[in-house]
Design a protein around this ligand. Structure first.
Ligand code: SF4
Length: 322
């Protein structure tokens, strides 16, 4: 099975830019971007990010707003903040070399088991198996695992299985081959079994269960979040608000101020929209407003043509009609 899957991968792997070389910084960046985000969404942003921050030192010297701007469109901005924080920590190491072992990667901000295993196996050839949603689906089908793969105990068992299967000579390619199979052939819903290089070893296919595994429990429904925001403009400048670390979404981002934060007089509704952010379904209502009294410390007047530099998230872009 290893031989068949690896030789399929050698011929069928998509020529993705992060596969051109095994530079650890690039692998780390790509694997961080690819968490919760599709390849199609990552592709244009990966290249643009690398033009701006071509190596660890440049990223470590960056200012946070620059990094968030380069991350625009990918969402889950905590990833960008953690990436920068980890780069600063790594650049401060003696000689600035990137670590080669799993535990050192795991100790960095924002690096979980998946990213640590991906970087160590792909960039350094270490025998560390990755487990993400694609790998879990492939394993559940190959071995006809009938339980929900998401609870922690099931994840531990699948991690052990992934580790047993790992090709010791080509661990990075093996990990990528399993993920590639899950993304392009062993897809959710109806897998494309006739095109699968490991179909003869697949227990789910043998039992006719390929379309029914894995059996996922019910996903938690998204939480509703209402934002009543204000468009306050004076002499061509718009009042923006820096969101605190305690906000449920877009922590630390510049955004339009929420009415509850300011003493204002609210005017007519300008726009209403819905937007999904992480586990929230946001309903945003934007009214014209007038500020009563001086702006508080977290607020700042920004000239209209510069709004794009501050309003990074697609929620704000949509709310100002960009
Ligand atoms: Fe997935 Fe079908 Fe291949 Fe089994 S045979 S691993 S279900 S694509």
């Amino acid at each position: 099975m290893r031989r068949r899957l690896l030789s399929w991968y050698d011929g069928a792997a998509r020529p993705l830019p992060w596969r051109r070389d095994a530079d650890p910084y690039r692998v780390w960046l790509a694997e961080t971007m690819l968490q919760q985000t599709t390849v199609a969404a990552v592709l244009p942003r990966y290249e643009a990010f690398l033009r701006r921050f071509p190596d660890l030192r440049r990223l470590a010297r960056s200012r946070e707003p620059e990094v968030l701007r380069a991350w625009a469109g990918l969402g889950y901005y905590a990833r960008a903040r953690n990436l920068r924080a980890a780069a600063r920590r790594l650049a401060a190491r003696p000689r600035g070399a990137l670590p080669r072992d799993f535990d050192s990667w795991l100790a960095l901000p924002g690096v979980g088991r998946y990213t640590a295993a991906a970087v160590c196996s792909i960039a350094f050839g270490r025998p560390c198996a990755v487990l993400d949603g694609n790998v879990a689906r492939v394993l559940c089908r190959l071995f006809a695992r009938r339980g929900d793969p998401r609870p922690p105990a099931a994840q531990r068992r699948l991690q052990g299985l992934a580790q047993e299967l790992l090709d010791p000579l080509r661990p990075g390619d093996w990990n990528q081959a399993v993920m590639e199979l899950g993304e392009t052939v062993c897809i959710p819903g109806a897998p494309r079994c006739p095109a699968c290089p490991v179909r003869t070893s697949c227990a789910a296919r043998g039992a006719g269960l390929q379309g029914r595994l894995p059996r996922l429990g019910r996903k938690a429904a998204p939480e509703a979040l209402r934002l009543d925001c204000l468009w306050i403009e004076r002499k061509g400048r718009v009042l923006l608000w820096r969101r605190g670390a305690d906000e449920p979404v877009l922590k630390g981002h510049w955004g339009l101020p929420e009415a509850r934060r300011l003493r204002t007089r609210a005017g007519p509704v300008l726009r209403q929209l819905r937007h999904a952010i992480t586990r929230y379904r946001v309903t945003l209502s934007l009214r014209r407003g007038a500020l009563l009294g001086p702006p508080p410390a977290q607020a700042r007047w920004v000239p209209r043509p510069r709004l794009r530099d501050f309003l990074i998230s697609s929620l704000w872009r949509k709310s100002v009609g960009d």
